[in-house]
Ligand binder design. Structure first.
Ligand code: SF4
Ligand code: SF4
Length: 547
């Protein structure tokens, strides 16, 4: 196997024998084959769409296939092998769609090669052998490291964008331009492009399209559950039966809250589900009791001690320990072999497992943290903020956000947040915030110094806040007293970075290490064009930012 799509990749280079995340070589190979077949779907679907023909089933499959291969989503080779077979069926449907549309338009259809004509071998072993021809290693030999790195940057960007598009679609929001882009970009990759400028340009377009996707997801979330409001969230349990919900899928959480009403079960959020407490449509459930634990990488020890059932709605799942294997469940695209998967939002098995467990025997202390500082909440106090900046009461804004992770070096973000001077505001989002969100930061100019904007997709809210402030000061985002210090782990963070670069945002600091798939040639372009920089030490970065 060869996988270098996430930040924890082995030795910062690549996982070659087994994934640091727990992905085995069979799962890795099947993910590669699924992506290859999906490129083939894109080759036909893109051409069909240009001739006015589309199939919503194909549109949906493409984003699910991409999302399925994100880090910590699907570790089940049986499900992935079935998806490869389904991808080939849909590719043939896309081919027919294209050929019919082409003939109707009076053209002889193109005959496409590569992923558009690939046929999976009849046995699993033979299919796994086929993967060696399309692996990253094989392509590096054929196309060179820079080109393959950019192919992967685009693929990972699309994976992240697909995750957000899937969440938006679940809540009824979609846009034809988004489907068109996915198919165009997959078709582009199917042609094995080698032009560095064209590849970089497509990566930035991916960032541009992701901005629209995050806008749609924002509309989906706020349309379904209202605009987040500042909300104090309990971080200690209360006595009683309990279910813990992790991941990013608000619809699953809502369904579970409905199905547990009146059962006496308290529902807790974990990881990226924490921001759910800020939505009026979710916090109306009195048994949404609080948040338990921290970011995803702490799940094995936290789930072990949680005395109830656990539901993983999207990434990030880690190998379940035996202590909770019989009371953890997956939904949506998440899968782990042997873990019960919930379909059709029927959470009865989760509820039964929670009732069979002891639950919490007593109340914990009454400690809370505050969430819900999304764009409406922050812009609601924009006049106060703007005046405070003009008066010099607020000196600088730090956006310290992104993914958390297990590797050493992420204490940088805790240390930096603690070193930020008292006359500065810290904006945060995504699970990286668990590095410091239980610390006390106090207030500045009458507003909290730490503002939790939400999940990683709420980067859209952060962008809206930044552009509104820039408008108020009659300048651009790069001229604001605002610095972005981001932590990345997986592919959703990759696409958010592409979105920020598409917007022309400069001087982003990125850590804890730079992506292994970004070669020195590509990094030089990003440094020269956008001023992208690796983090150094909290003291050094802080001094440079405030100088
Ligand atoms: S997803 Fe990350 S940890 Fe898992 S195999 Fe790939 S690079 Fe390694
Ligand atoms: S922010 Fe990234 S790493 Fe954290 S839970 Fe979400 S997807 Fe996973």
């Amino acid at each position: 196997m060869y996988c270098y799509q996430c930040e924890q990749t082995k030795d910062g280079v690549g996982c070659t024998e087994f994934g640091v995340c727990g992905k085995d070589p069979t799962t890795a190979a099947l993910q590669d084959l699924l992506l290859y077949a999906t490129n083939g779907i894109g080759a036909y679907a893109h051409r069909a769409r240009q001739l006015g023909a589309r199939d919503p089933m194909i549109d949906r499959f493409v984003i699910e296939a991409l999302f399925t291969t994100i880090t910590n989503v699907n570790f089940d080779p049986a499900r992935l092998d079935a998806l490869v077979a389904h991808a080939i069926e849909l590719r043939e449907q896309a081919r027919e769609l294209y050929e019919q549309a082409s003939r109707s338009a009076g053209h002889e259809p193109e005959v496409l090669a590569g992923p558009a004509s690939w046929q999976p071998a009849p046995t699993l072993d033979a299919r796994l052998a086929q993967q060696s021809e399309i692996s990253i290693d094989a392509r590096k030999v054929r196309l060179g490291e820079d080109v393959v790195g950019l192919h992967e940057l685009l693929t990972y960007g699309m994976k992240g964008a697909a995750a957000y598009a899937d969440h938006a679609l679940i809540l009824g929001q979609e846009d034809e331009a988004i489907w068109a882009f996915f198919h165009e970009a997959l078709s582009f990759l199917a042609s094995e492009p080698t032009n560095i400028d064209a590849l970089l340009s497509m990566c930035l377009r991916c960032g541009e399209v992701n901005l629209r996707i995050m806008e749609l997801l924002d509309a989906a979330n706020t349309g379904a559950y209202g605009s987040p409001r500042p909300t104090a969230v309990r971080i200690e349990p209360i006595a009683g039966k309990a279910i813990l919900v992790s991941g990013h899928d608000l619809r699953d959480l809502e369904e579970l809250l409905k199905q547990t009403e009146g059962t006496g079960i308290n529902v807790y959020t974990h990881g990226e589900m924490l921001p759910a407490h800020g939505y009026p449509g979710l916090k109306r459930f009195a048994h949404l009791a609080g948040n338990y634990g921290g970011a995803w990488q702490d799940q094995q020890k936290e789930f072990d001690t949680f005395p109830g059932a656990i539901l993983m709605t999207t990434n990030c799942i880690q190998k379940p320990r035996g202590g909770y294997l019989n009371r953890i469940f997956t939904s949506g695209l998440v899968a782990w072999p042997g873990v019960t998967h919930i379909t059709n939002s029927d959470f009865k098995p989760v509820i039964e497992a929670a009732l069979a467990e002891p639950g919490f025997s007593e109340d914990g202390a009454s400690r809370t943290i505050t969430v819900g500082f999304a764009r409406d909440a922050v812009l609601g106090v924009a006049d106060t903020v703007i005046q405070a900046v003009k008066d010099g009461a607020i000196r600088h804004f730090f956006l310290i956000g992104g993914c958390d992770g297990a590797k050493p070096g992420r204490n940088y973000y805790t240390d930096l947040a603690q070193l930020v001077p008292n006359d500065c505001v810290i904006l945060t989002l995504a699970c990286g915030k668990y590095r410091f969100n239980k610390l006390e930061f106090g207030e500045v100019a009458g507003i909290p110094r730490l503002l939790d904007i939400g999940q990683c997709n709420d980067a859209y809210s952060a962008i809206r806040i930044a552009t509104a402030l820039a408008d108020a000061f009659d300048t651009d985002v790069n001229s604001l007293p605002l610095s972005l210090i981001l932590s990345w782990y997986e592919q959703k963070a990759v696409v958010i970075l592409l979105t920020l670069l598409h917007l022309g945002i400069r001087n982003i600091r990125l850590g804890p290490s730079l992506p292994a798939f970004v070669t020195s040639t590509v990094l030089n372009v990003l440094v020269e064009t956008f001023g992208l920089a690796p983090i150094t030490t909290p003291e050094e970065d802080l001094a440079a930012i405030l100088s």
